[in-house]
Ligand binder design. Sequence first.
Ligand code: B1M
Length: 209
Amino acid sequence: MSKLQEVAAAVEKGKSKIVAGLVEEALAEGSSAVEILNSMIDAMSVVGEKFQRNEIFVPEMLVAARAMKKGVEPLKPLLADAGAPKAGKVIIGTVAGDLHDIGKNLVAMMIESAGFEVIDLGVDVPAEKFVEAVENDPEVNIVAVSALLTTTMPSMKTVVEALNASPARSRFKIMVGGAPITQEFCDEIGADYYTTDAASAAQKAKEIA
Ligand code: B1M
């Protein structure tokens, strides 16, 4: 088994205690931070597929998520684009009713790495909190909204509608993303930009800031 496969297996099995060490070893063996990150993202997809087939349940998903978080830690400084000029200020959060934060955290990390200051509102964030955060900070130029469940897509719509009604609307752009989100849905709810993954979200943020 290659080191990358060992990292993926550790995430899949939720082995939080060993995953960071394996990531360090993979780096020492020459794997890039992006390769290692992708192996962990693939592992989470496998976890999701097993959950869908009822082969594993929520507790197993949770431990896999914890393991992935541990594995991402040593990669953070390597993915950071040190010395990039301050590109702007971004508010990010996962919508109300949704507790998934791995993807949102990766998006936050990549956007931060692209030179932005990031204010992370966390998970299960109601629309009012997004609005309050952007209205209270005139430096914010992007609001990034994540949703991972089809059942929380309506919450994303609520957030975007509330942001669109804000008197501060002209000074910020709204970016949306997450597994069930599409360009069509982005257009339908009146958000500005949809991106599929953390790297393209950071790229888009740089383009529009
Ligand atoms: Co949940 N879960 N989960 N879960 N979970 C999914 C999403 C699911 C697809 C699993 C499945 O059935 N195959 C399914 C959703 C089905 C659907 O809606 N159609 C599901 C379900 C059903 C549930 C529960 C309802 C289960 C239950 O209780 N019966 C429950 C809901 C809880 C809630 O939120 N209210 C639940 C709970 C959980 C845990 C808490 C156990 C845990 C989350 C832990 C955590 O995040 N801290 C969990 C996990 C781990 C998953 C899976 C396995 C992995 C998610 C993940 O982290 N992926 C997931 C299956 C899967 O995704 N394959 C699943 C890795 C991550 C890097 O990818 O989050 O997609 P992702 O982020 C990507 C892109 O989406 C994008 O960039 C990221 C990185 O490239 N992106 C953006 C994300 N946000 C973006 C924002 C942007 C741009 C891009 O711009 C602003």
